[in-house]
Design a binder for this molecule. Structure first.
Ligand SMILES: [Zn+2]
Ligand SMILES: [Zn+2]
Length: 364
């Protein structure tokens, strides 16, 4: 066999393999699409239990925290293996285009009609597609939380980015703002314990994953910190340790504050009402948990996270991937958080090469 014919045969084999692979993928997508259709598309006559519920007709009382915790517990177990547990941002016109590629179940012709929003609750909405033969298909954009009247998307929007972030995102996407600021912060207070418990569970799972990988209760972590303001004068900062690997996750984090808003506010009544001043001062949960410069927040914070790893997770962070910060590792060595483990350092290649480049540029 000549060299060229061998190459040709190999190419044909490769093509055949690719075709069978593509066929498999298409079958999986078909199956998943059918499941999704069954899940999301329902006839309008099949109403859900909370069909009459809207923000407008019902004053906000907030879903019970327990119910939400139950929901998140359920989610934690059920959706872990659900590869479709995420959202897509789709422009309306593409949904219409999609519908125009289907056959209407009623008139058996290519679907030709229009869509409208039947109901809107926060970021959730119920869409209705009406064919020219008057056949209606109802489409929900988010599922309902277990045992509550809340929609999944309206719980998720409270996690992480604040009301201002939501305002910006909604403005960019041309979506009506789901909630005002007061309502947002009230709901957030309500949901916070649930988010906290979910966060702790997630971090604990990450630690167990890392232990499984390293086959012992000593793991490799990287650490980093960020400040509310740049320039080493920030009053607040956050430090975190992360697991090692291509999909590293946060294992533990700590907020460090040099100032407390309640203490500052109390100064206004320090002399006019000293009794009330000392009463509130003694009772309040002070936010100050760092004394020293803003630059030292990272060192102190990461050391604190190392020191509590044994108590929190019964695990020791034996290897530390440094990010080029010269002070963190010497602190971990001079004031070792563990009696029987001496922490070793692995230098992060990205930071190392960045520093190397700067040095070389200075010489050149
Ligand atoms: Zn039709
Ligand atoms: Zn305070």
């Amino acid at each position: 066999m000549t060299h060229s014919s061998a190459l040709k045969k190999e190419k044909q084999l490769r093509l055949a393999r690719n075709t069978s692979k593509s066929r498999k993928i298409i079958n999986i997508v078909r199956k998943n699409t059918r499941e999704l259709q069954n899940y999301f598309i329902s006839n309008k006559s099949q109403s859900t239990s909370n069909e009459q519920f809207t923000y407008k007709t019902r004053t906000f009382t907030g879903p019970s925290c327990q119910k939400l915790t139950d929901f998140l517990k359920q989610k934690g177990t059920d959706d872990n293996n659900n590869i479709h547990d995420y959202y897509q941002i789709i422009h309306n016109s593409f949904l219409l285009q999609l519908m125009k590629q289907t056959v209407c179940a009623s008139c058996k012709l290519i679907w030709n009609g229009d869509m409208s929003v039947a109901k809107r609750e926060g970021l959730y909405c119920s869409l209705v597609f009406i064919c020219c033969c008057s056949h209606e298909i109802k489409f929900n954009t988010s599922k309902q939380c277990l045992n509550t009247s809340k929609r999944d998307i309206n719980v998720r929007i409270f996690a992480g980015f604040g009301h201002q972030g939501l305002v910006k995102l909604c403005a960019i996407l041309n979506v009506p703002l789901p909630t005002d600021e007061d309502h947002f912060s009230d709901t957030l207070d309500y949901l916070l314990p649930t988010f906290e418990s979910y966060k702790l569970r997630s971090m604990k799972n990450t630690v167990e994953e890392a232990c499984k990988k390293s086959n012992e209760r000593k793991i490799t972590v990287s650490g980093d910190g960020t400040w509310q303001k740049r320039g080493f004068s920030s009053l607040h900062g956050v430090v975190e340790v992360l697991s090692n690997g291509p999909t590293s996750k946060v294992i533990d984090l700590e907020r460090l504050s040099k100032k407390c808003s309640i203490c500052t506010g109390l100064l206004s009544i320090k002399y006019s009402d000293p009794k009330k001043y000392s009463e509130i001062k003694n009772k309040h949960q002070c936010e100050v948990n760092h004394v020293g410069s803003s630059a030292s927040m990272k060192v102190a914070g990461i050391h604190r996270l190392f020191a509590r790893s044994k108590m929190l997770y019964n695990v020791k962070y034996a290897h530390y991937i440094g990010d080029g910060d010269a002070k963190v590792f010497p602190k971990l060595i001079s004031d070792s958080p563990y009696e029987d483990v001496s922490i070793t350092k692995i230098e992060d290649v990205n930071h190392f090469s960045k520093k190397m480049l700067h040095r070389l540029q200075k010489i050149a």
